[in-house]
Design a protein around this ligand. Structure first.
Ligand code: 5GP
Length: 122
């Protein structure tokens, strides 16, 4: 898979506001936040999309979610609530092809997500 901007962040080739790291993942603030708290949680292992995950990644994906919940607890918004999202490919709105959880908090999230876009022809 081609390197993305997130590989450069993992390798410290470009700066990011990193809030958490361990031997499997990294969490940092989104450069274009959509909520008062907007973190990205990414595996160190580059996987392009949700479609590319395999059985071997089962534990890793669970770990990303546990890190999201830990950050919510540590940063004090677990009880108020938050949203965790992984976008996939064009219709999902994915722009960086290295899987990541968006962790959004600090405001009330709307539901359903924005629906004004017409679906482009497949
Ligand atoms: P996606 O659209 O793929 O679900 O999410 C990609 C996210 O990465 C976007 O929310 C975008 O703002 C964020 N992003 C893109 N480039 C950078 C960067 O260089 N640094 C940081 N911190 N976030 C980035």
């Amino acid at each position: 898979m081609a390197d993305t901007i997130f590989t450069k962040i993992i390798n410290r080739e470009i700066p990011a506001d990193i809030v958490y790291e361990d031997d499997r993942c990294l969490a940092f603030r989104d450069i274009n936040p959509q909520a008062p708290v907007h973190l990205l949680i990414i595996p160190l292992k580059p996987i392009a999309t949700l479609n590319d995950m395999t059985e071997a990644d089962r534990e890793l994906v669970g770990h990303l979610h546990l890190v999201a919940a830990k950050l919510a607890q540590d940063m004090g918004f677990a009880e108020d609530g938050y949203r965790v999202v992984m976008n996939c490919n064009r219709d999902g709105g994915q722009t960086v092809f290295h899987i990541h959880l968006h962790l959004l908090a600090g405001r009330i999230m709307g539901w359903p997500p924005f629906t004004d876009h017409a679906k482009a022809p497949v």
